[in-house]
Design a protein around this ligand. Structure first.
Ligand code: FEO
Length: 391
């Protein structure tokens, strides 16, 4: 599919995908693995696709070009959703140079245990394609050590790999053609679940790229849509998201055994709403809601409340797993509080507090416990607790 002058999309839409990174990322709308072919005086292939589709990818590619006409392969990132088809491709063209970062060699060899004609590039290095050039920009830890972007002069296209992408098998190729609410949601979820820990690096890298003064007419990501309509909107959005993003939202997250903690969650939410009509309050039961969708809500929140009943002197595994997940994401500038019902012991609130603090959240208070199923007195305490959090 031609996308501009001599640039073609030769990727794969994965309509079936529902889990990515093992079970770590839900892909309700599938994904795409975007690979690009540039046919100037020199012919370049930028990234490949995921290994399960390697044979059909190479077969389809060979229908539009004699593989021996490929002069260079660019591996912007070694994760196997982009390098998975390299072994099948390189079987046909083993001598063709693969341009990647120094760390890229380590990752590519580590995944595929094959030695190809690697050519190491650094930020600012250029590769002539004739009248146009590819300019390389290292992007370490966005989101792997080996990650890089490349930029095609003349056409002003940035090939950004994972950055600015979405796990979204859209019915169209470009950002202006798809449902805008879906695109915003999938872009936000992608940033929240993958890039949040690297926000400081996101800001630094974007400022560095902007300082080059390169015009950007199009951003070709490796997942989801190509940004052609006002492409810098996603760059500006990334700068906002990287700046400890939050909306006027509070998210209440819990799991429950016999409905006691569920009732506490709802009463606390009710208490907050009574005191502040402007704040958006969302409530999620972790055992009934996709964890990546809840992470996206945490990303948007200024405060979260986390609840679990006490079980075996601990907390429910759904809550423990979620707290572990948000610890790794290194959210900043967010407040939190804990709650939970109990029959005896009642350690859950203390444990949740400790884990919220170690995840970088600022605790609002010591939390609230309610014995057994909340009685009228405890219902009133929960309402007051919610009320006090927002006033
Ligand atoms: Fe889309 Fe980091 O791989």
């Amino acid at each position: 599919m031609k996308i501009k002058n001599n640039i073609y999309w030769v990727g794969k839409k994965d309509w079936e995908l529902r889990k990515f990174h093992g079970d770590e990322y839900s892909t309700h709308k599938g994904s795409s693995y975007n690979s690009y072919l540039i046919r100037e005086d020199k012919t370049v292939l930028i990234d490949t696709i995921w290994q399960p589709y390697a044979k059909e990818y190479v077969r389809d590619l060979s229908k539009i070009i004699d593989l021996n006409q490929i002069d260079y392969v660019i591996a912007n990132h070694a994760e196997i959703d982009h390098s998975g088809a390299l072994p099948e491709l390189m079987r046909h063209i083993p001598e063709v140079p693969i341009y990647c970062t120094k760390k890229g060699i380590d990752s590519l060899k580590g995944h595929h245990h094959l030695d190809w004609n690697f050519q190491v590039v650094k930020t600012g290095d250029r590769l002539s394609l004739g009248a146009k050039e590819l300019v390389f920009i290292e992007a370490p830890m966005l989101h792997w050590p080996d990650s890089m972007f490349c930029y095609l002069t003349g056409d002003n296209v940035l090939f950004s790999n994972d950055a600015f992408g979405q796990h979204y098998a859209a019915e169209f190729l470009y950002n202006d053609q798809v449902d805008q609410a879906e695109l915003r949601h999938e872009s936000t979820k992608y940033y929240a679940n993958i890039l949040t820990p690297f926000s400081r690096l996101v800001t630094k890298k974007i400022k560095e790229v902007l300082s080059f003064g390169l015009p950007v007419d199009m951003i070709c990501t490796s997942h989801g849509v190509i940004w052609r309509d006002n492409p810098t909107q996603i760059i500006e959005q990334y700068l906002a998201w990287a700046d400890d993003y939050q909306e006027n939202q509070i998210t209440v997250i819990y799991d429950t055994m016999w409905e006691g903690t569920r009732q506490m969650a709802e009463r606390i939410a009710q208490g907050m709403k009574a005191a502040d009509k402007t704040v958006r309050i969302k409530v999620y039961n972790l055992s009934k809601t996709d964890k990546n969708d809840v992470v996206t809500e945490v990303f948007k929140s200024k405060m979260i409340l986390v609840g679990s009943p006490t079980i075996n002197n601990g907390i429910l595994v759904s809550v423990a797993g979620f707290l572990e997940m948000i610890k790794g994401l290194k959210f900043k500038n967010k407040k939190a509080a804990a709650f939970g019902s109990y029959g005896w012991g009642g350690e859950a609130v203390k444990i949740i507090n400790e884990r919220l603090e170690s995840a970088g959240f600022e605790l609002m208070n010591e939390g609230i416990k309610a014995k057994w199923n909340p009685d009228e007195e405890n219902i009133q305490r929960c309402l007051q607790f919610g009320n006090a959090l927002v006033t």
